[in-house]
Design a protein around this ligand. Structure first.
Ligand code: NAI
Length: 505
């Protein structure tokens, strides 16, 4: 199936934030665009807003005056749906209410030609349910843009039970022609992004609830070590806790209260208090004039080393060795099980066990665990924790070695899987479930999380670089520590680990 021809009329129903953005995308891709809203003057105002928006792009030299004129000549606000008889694609971006959306689709069925594709920008409603009862449910498809639509590359193309494969392919190809990055997904709650991203928030909230650290430190770890654009606390302050909490609750309910999606009482408290984040002046952080954002906590270093011993292979953390070499530290290699010995400290990357548990089970004295980093050759921050019987000197030695190679250490309580590792493990697990259930492919899960929420790398590709076995171990240890179903590893993760495969083999 090919993309829609540029001369095809694209109609956008709902001229709010998303509708106006989608209209701009279709317009810039060369289509004639009709915009409709049932609120008086809303479509006309959106057209004026788009003219200003495109005018600004022309002023900045991002589009020529003639293409500006051309764009504006193809954009029309319409007064009634009856004017859409010749539309080839209708995208609705109206209020998130299934009954209202269904009524609009029912009206459109009688107006548009049978070949016209009916797409919904819904972020939470079932495409299967939306299409049910229509005369031609096979032409209904999800076309889920992200906000702001002109800037965000991802489009989730959602197929309901009745959606014709050719219709989904046509929308997918059209999204490519519109310079977007589309992915295919079956209609399941949260589709890809709003489902796979849930643990990103949930694990940070849980670490805060367990008093492992404070929001500023946890955010800094997710940014600097994890490679994410923002930490969960600053990001949910930006999204708005009312919005983010509602999405979590809707996904939790839709999966029949599966504890993997359990909402956080910490976030509910903020919602109850009206602390919605930036828009209300306070969330996890304060935003009033003169408010100072707290700094992440860092442990103090004391002393330098000219030698350390590495026993075995540090796995994904092997990148630390080159940094030691550059810092003039002699690295003595021996056989062993992935330990780094410096001064009194015995260091290792977390495997999901608590430090005290691992020290006791593996018979290790002075154990200091460090967290996962997205790139150990470059990270400037790492979370560490230590066993209850680790000496103060061992802790200081570990912090000092890290400082010597340019890494600030932030302490976490002795929580299983620390911060980045357990979050990434849970993101991988959710991505694996999406693939296991045939909702989407591994490639599309990764693309969705990179293009939709700017993850530094898709979770399944990330698992491949770390080693899926490390992720499985972490989840099994989390499940054992908490005794909760929430951390149960996906069958697909077990399967590929058992077969010695990777997600992208
Ligand atoms: P909005 O509230 O800014 O705009 C909705 C517009 O639809 C309003 O102008 C309203 O007057 C109009 N409308 C309502 N009922 C109508 C009807 N029966 N016929 C014609 N027009 C009608 O909402 P927003 O944020 O643009 O969201 C629209 C849709 O996009 C929703 O389904 C939402 O879930 C989805 N979405 C929203 C995202 C966001 O970040 N805001 C991201 C992705 C999807």
């Amino acid at each position: 199936m090919t993309a829609l021809d540029k001369n095809t009329l694209v109609a956008v129903i709902g001229a709010g934030a998303m509708g106006a953005g989608i209209a701009q995308v279709a317009l810039q891709a060369g289509h004639p665009v009709a915009l409709f809203d049932n609120r008086a003057n809303a479509a006309q105002q959106a057209v004026q807003g788009l003219a200003l928006q495109l005018g600004r792009l022309a002023e900045k030299g991002r589009m020529t005056e003639s293409s500006l004129d051309d764009c504006l000549s193809r954009l029309h606000a319409i007064e009634s749906l009856g004017q859409l008889a010749h539309a080839g694609l209708v995208i609705e971006a109206i209020v998130e209410n299934i009954d209202v959306k269904r009524t609009v689709f029912q009206d459109l069925e009688d107006i548009c030609e049978p070949t016209c594709i009916l797409a919904s920008n819904t972020s939470s409603l079932s495409i299967t349910a939306l299409a049910a009862g229509l005369k031609q449910p096979e032409r209904v498809v999800g076309m889920h843009f992200f906000n702001p639509a002109p800037l965000m590359a991802l489009v989730e193309v959602i197929s309901g039970l009745a959606t014709d494969e050719g219709v989904a392919d046509c929308v997918y190809q059209t999204a490519i022609a519109w310079r977007k990055k589309p992915v295919h997904a079956r209609s399941t709650p949260g589709f890809i992004v709003n489902r796979v991203a849930r643990p990103f928030y949930a694990e940070s909230f849980r670490l805060l609830q367990e008093q492992a650290s404070d929001p500023a430190t946890l955010d800094a770890l997710m940014r600097d070590a994890g490679g994410f654009r923002m930490g969960a606390f600053e990001l949910t302050d930006l999204i708005g806790h009312d919005v983010n909490y509602a999405v979590t609750c809707s996904v939790f309910d839709a999966y029949y209260s599966d504890t993997r999606f359990q909402p956080s009482l910490i976030q509910k408290e903020l919602v109850d208090a009206g602390r919605f984040g930036r828009k209300s002046g306070q969330g996890f952080f304060e935003y009033h004039e003169g408010a100072v954002k707290p700094e992440p906590k860092v442990l103090s270093a004391k002393g330098v080393f000219d030698r350390c011993v590495v026993e075995g292979d540090l796995g994904v953390a092997q990148g630390l060795l080159a940094r030691m070499g550059q810092a003039g530290i002699e690295v003595v290699q021996r056989g062993g099980l992935g330990l780094l010995r410096v001064g009194e400290a015995v260091m290792a990357m977390s495997d999901g066990r608590m430090a005290s548990q691992r020290a006791s089970e593996d018979g290790l004295q002075n154990l200091v665990l460090f967290d996962l980093a997205h790139d150990f050759t470059r990270t400037n921050r790492l979370a560490i924790t230590w066993a209850s019987n680790t000496s103060d000197q061992a802790r200081i030695d570990a912090v000092s070695l890290l400082a010597q190679i340019g890494i600030q250490a932030s302490a976490l309580g002795d929580v299983p899987g620390l911060a980045v590792l357990r979050t990434v493990a849970m993101l991988v697990n959710e991505g694996a479930e999406v693939v296991l259930h045939g909702v989407s492919s591994a490639a599309d899960v990764d693309l969705a999380m990179e293009a939709g929420v700017n993850y530094p790398i898709g979770p399944l590709a990330w698992a491949d670089t770390i080693d899926p076995k490390t992720i499985l171990d972490c989840l099994e240890h989390l499940q054992a520590s908490y005794g909760e179903e929430r951390y149960r590893p996906s069958l697909l993760l077990r399967r590929i680990t058992q077969e010695g495969r990777r997600f992208h083999d």
